[in-house]
Design a protein around this ligand. Structure first.
Ligand SMILES: Cc1cc2nc3c(=O)[nH]c(=O)nc-3n(C[C@H](O)[C@H](O)[C@H](O)COP(=O)(O)OP(=O)(O)OC[C@H]3O[C@@H](n4cnc5c(N)ncnc54)[C@H](O)[C@@H]3O)c2cc1C
Length: 287
């Protein structure tokens, strides 16, 4: 049982992790070891106080060094689902379950709005995790839609187990696998009643499949935590960064504009302090 599960290794997640670590809390911190893709892509950052003009990769390196110095190590797993157990939260990451008293979602802004029927068919022929569900498609026909080059190994794994694999990537993946077929157009829509049984490309081409793996760097927060109150793509939070679930917080780009490092760091800090208060409340309740 962890005190807090932090999901996201960007500036918001890091900021919260640093403060909670200083208070000796038991933290499980999910996300990429590289920390923030977005920060890494910034050419020059000129508006972060205390740090004169710096490149994104350099700032990310400082972030990594600071995390390491503080003994913070991200668990490089993708969180696909969180459940409120009434007092604690169960976090599913790459098919492994973790339990925490509080949760901070700091996953950045999910660029993709999702395919038609994606949320409805999730878990019914739609998977976000090849490692978790790949074995279900042994010898079967599947599709994989991947927009994160770091997940290339998952495509290779699916090539090994599926009978036939249709592949769409945004980064020009190539393969010699005889059972693989590269799709030139992205998938627009998923079809099926109780289970996904076909996909539709942007030109209307339909392909029969037994399932599809959607591998993106970010998943919509309301898919990760069903019932989370949203305002469009943004999670609704109060001044303590708490969502409509008690003990469940959100910070950074995922809560709204401006999409800025300073705002993400500030919100991560506010969330960390609110979590500290919530943890002492829980401690009192349990006495
Ligand atoms: C090109 C570019 C230039 C920019 N320039 C500036 C600038 O000059 N100044 C400025 O202030 N801001 C700038 N920004 C914006 C800034 O990068 C963001 O506002 C900031 O990174 C947001 O931090 P965050 O922690 O909310 O999210 P992010 O930095 O997006 O981090 C989110 C993290 O969550 C992880 N994650 C997501 N989903 C999951 C999951 N399901 N399981 C596990 N981990 C998950 C991601 O992998 C990532 O590590 C720029 C952004 C870009 C793209």
């Amino acid at each position: 049982m962890f005190d807090v599960a932090i999901i996201g290794t960007g500036p918001a997640g890091l900021s919260a992790a640093l403060t909670l670590k200083l208070h000796n809390k038991d933290i499980i911190w999910f996300g990429s070891n590289e920390l923030s893709d977005k920060v890494g892509k910034s050419e020059k950052i000129a508006n972060y106080p205390g740090v004169p003009m710096i490149s994104g990769p350099d700032l990310n390196r400082h972030f990594r060094e600071q995390a390491k110095e503080m003994g913070l190590e991200p668990v490089d797993k993708r969180v696909t689902n969180i459940a409120d157990m009434g007092g604690t939260f169960m976090v599913l990451a790459d098919n492994e379950m973790f339990e925490a008293r509080t949760v901070l979602l700091a996953t950045g802004i999910a660029a993709a709005k999702g395919m038609e029927n994606e949320a409805r068919l999730l878990g019914a022929g739609v998977s976000y995790c090849a490692t978790c569900d790949g074995f279900l498609y042994k010898g079967k026909t599947a599709a994989v839609y991947c927009t994160d080059e770091r997940m290339e190994h998952d495509i290779k794994y699916l090539e090994e187990i599926c009978g036939k694999l249709y592949i769409y990537t945004s980064f020009g993946y190539t393969t010699d696998a005889e059972n693989a077929e590269i799709l030139r157009l992205p998938v627009r829509k998923l079809d099926g009643g109780m289970k996904c049984d076909s996909i539709e490309l942007t030109d209307g081409t339909k392909i029969d499949v037994d399932g599809i793996f959607i591998l993106r760097p970010a998943i919509a927060p309301s898919t990760v935590m069903p019932g989370l109150e949203m305002d469009g793509a943004h999670i609704i939070v109060n001044r303590s960064q708490e969502t409509n679930f008690k003990g469940f917080y959100a910070a950074g780009d995922c809560t709204g504009r401006p999409y800025q490092i300073a705002k993400a760091v500030g919100e991560g800090n506010i969330a960390a302090h609110a979590i500290l208060e919530r943890l002492s409340e829980i401690e009192k309740e349990n006495k």
